[in-house]
Design a protein around this ligand. Structure first.
Ligand code: PFF
Length: 459
C-alpha cells in the first residue's frame, strides 16, 4: 500500500507541516475568544494541563497509527482491525474534515478579505469603534461577499492539496510558519505597551478558580483537540507520510509546544488590546480579532502595514490548516478508492464549499440560518452549530475512540513496539501507553458524560 506514496523530505518538514496544521485560526481566533468567554486565566491553565496530559498523548498515538500503516484514517482501521466497526472512526474523521473545513474556510475568507480592507488604509487613525463594527458587519452579512471569499479560500486550499505532500504542503509550510511567528511577537510587544495593557494582562494571566465549571473543562478540552488538529485523523494522515526511523515522541512534542506557544502569544496580543479599547465589550465573541485588532492597528504607527501583514499571515496560517483538513478525505479517496489526487481534491473541495455556503449565510445574510438553537445565554447560528458538532463534539469523540482503539484493541504493547523503532528507544513509551490506556479514556468518558447530562455546558 505504501508503494509510490509521497514522504516528507525531512524531520523538520514533518514538524513544520504538522505545526502548520495545528497552528491556525484555532490559535489566533478561537483560543482568545474561548478564553475570554471562560474567564481568562483559569481557562488558560486548564488548557495547558489538557495539552500535556491528553493532547500530546493522543497526538503520539495518531502519528504512530499513521506511520505504522502508511495509510489514511479509514485504511488504518481496515488494516489493523479488518472487518470490524472500527472503520467507522475513520469515516467519522473524513466527515469531520469536510464539516470543519466548510465553516473554517468561511472565517478564513473574512481574514483574506481583511487583508485588502486593511491594505486600503481603512483602519488608519481616527476610525471610530462603531465604524470598525460596521465594516465587520458589512463583511459577514453580505451574501455575495461572504460566499465569494469562502470560495476563494477553498480554491487556494484545493490548489495546494493538488500539488501533493512535498511540492504543495511541505514547501509552503516551511516559508510561512516562521514568518507568522515573527509577526505575532511584534504584535505582542505593541499590545503590551498600550495604555491600560495591564488590565487585560491581569485578566489573561491571573486565575479565578471560582469561575471554573464543567463547561470550562469541556471548552478547554474541545479547544485543545481542535487546536492540535486531533480526533479526526489529520495526524494519522500526516504521520503516514513519515519515515520509519523518525522520533515520533520528540516530533509530537515540538508540534504541541509550538502550537501552544502561538496560542498563548495570541492571547498576549489580544487581551491587553481588548481591555484598552474603550466601549468594546470584552466578550465580543467570534468577531474578536476582526474588531479588536483593527482598533489596535488604527492606533499604532505603521498600523496599516502591520495590519495587512497580520491578516495576510493569519490567512496563511489558516491555509496550512485547511489543507490538512482537506487532506484527510483526499487521502481516503486516493488510498482506498484509487482516485487520482486531482479529482479527489476537487471533489472534496466542492463538498466543503457547498456545505460552507450555509455557514457563510448564517451571520446576518439569511435570518433562518442565524438563530437555529438557543443554549443558555447564547443563540447559535449554523456556523456555531457546525463548530459545536464537528469542531468540538466529533473531535472529542474521535479522540476517545482513537485512544480506546490504541489502548485496548490494537494494544498498548504494539504502540510501545512501534515507538521503540526510533533512535532514543522511545523512553517515554511506557508512560504514554499507560496514559492512552487508562487516563485518556477515563477523562474523556467523564467529560462526555457530563456533557450529555448538561447539554448547556457545550455553549
Ligand atoms: N488546528 C487548526 C487550528 O487550530 O486552526 C484547525 C484544525 C485543523 C482542526 C485540522 C482539526 C484538524 F484536523
Amino acid at each position: 500500500m505504501s508503494i509510490g506514496r509521497d514522504n516528507w523530505g525531512s524531520r523538520l518538514a514533518f514538524i513544520l507541516a504538522a505545526s502548520g496544521s495545528a497552528i491556525g485560526l484555532g490559535n489566533i481566533w478561537r483560543f482568545p475568544t474561548v478564553a475570554a468567554r471562560n474567564g481568562g486565566g483559569a481557562f488558560v491553565q486548564v488548557y495547558l494541563l489538557f495539552v500535556i496530559l491528553l493532547g500530546f498523548i493522543v497526538m503520539v498515538g495518531e502519528i504512530t497509527l499513521g506511520r505504522r500503516t502508511q495509510r489514511n484514517p479509514v485504511g488504518v482501521f481496515r488494516e489493523l482491525a479488518p472487518r470490524s466497526l472500527w472503520v467507522a472512526v475513520g469515516f467519522l474523521g473524513v466527515a469531520a474534515g469536510w464539516g470543519i473545513l466548510s465553516y473554517y474556510s468561511v472565517v478564513a475568507g473574512w481574514t483574506l478579505s481583511y487583508v485588502f480592507t486593511t491594505a486600503g488604509g481603512t483602519f488608519s487613525s481616527g476610525i471610530s469603534a462603531e465604524n470598525i463594527d460596521l465594516i465587520f458587519l458589512g463583511t459577514i452579512a453580505s451574501p455575495a461577499r461572504a460566499i465569494f471569499w469562502h470560495f476563494i479560500f477553498i480554491l487556494l486550499t484545493v490548489g495546494v492539496v493538488m500539488g501533493g505532500v512535498k511540492q504543495g504542503i511541505e514547501r509552503w509550510s516551511k516559508i510561512l510558519m516562521p514568518m507568522l511567528f515573527i509577526l505575532l511577537v511584534l504584535l505582542v510587544v505593541r499590545s503590551m505597551t498600550l495604555e491600560n495593557a495591564s488590565i487585560g494582562l491581569k485578566k489573561y494571566l491571573s486565575a479565578d478558580w471560582s469561575k471554573v465549571t464543567g463547561s470550562t473543562l469541556i471548552a478547554a478540552l474541545g479547544q485543545a483537540f481542535f487546536s492540535l488538529s486531533l480526533g479526526m485523523g489529520t495526524m494519522i494522515t500526516y504521520g503516514s507520510y513519515m519515515h520509519r526511523n523518525e522520533n515520533i515522541v520528540r516530533s509530537a512534542g515540538w508540534v504541541c509546544f509550538s502550537d501552544t506557544l502561538i496560542a498563548v502569544l495570541a492571547g498576549l496580543a489580544i487581551f491587553p488590546a481588548l481591555y484598552s479599547m474603550p466601549g468594546v465589550e470584552p466578550e465580543v465573541g467570534a468577531k474578536l480579532i476582526f474588531i479588536v485588532l483593527p482598533g489596535l492597528f488604527s492606533k499604532i504607527p505603521f498600523g496599516t502595514l502591520f495590519g495587512t501583514g497580520f491578516f495576510l499571515l493569519l490567512s496563511v496560517a489558516a491555509l496550512t490548516s485547511s489543507i490538512s483538513l482537506l487532506e484527510v478525505p483526499v487521502a481516503y479517496f486516493v488510498d482506498e478508492r484509487r482516485w487520482p489526487r486531482r479529482r479527489a481534491a476537487v471533489v472534496s473541495g466542492l463538498i466543503a464549499f457547498v456545505l460552507g455556503i450555509f455557514s457563510a449565510l448564517s451571520l446576518g445574510a439569511v435570518d433562518g440560518l442565524s438563530g437555529i438553537l438557543k443554549i443558555g445565554p447564547r443563540t447559535l447560528g449554523f456556523l456555531d452549530l457546525m463548530d459545536l458538532t464537528f469542531g468540538q463534539f466529533s473531535l472529542t469523540l474521535g479522540a476517545l475512540l482513537i485512544a480506546l482503539f490504541i489502548g485496548w484493541k490494537w494494544g498498548a504493547r504494539a504502540l510501545v513496539d512501534e515507538l521503540s523503532h526510533q533512535e532514543s528507544g522511545g523512553r517515554l513509551s511506557g508512560f504514554i501507553a499507560f496514559q492512552i490506556r487508562y487516563v485518556c479514556p477515563l477523562v474523556l468518558i467523564a467529560l462526555l458524560l457530563y456533557l450529555i447530562l448538561n447539554p448547556n455546558a457545550f455553549a
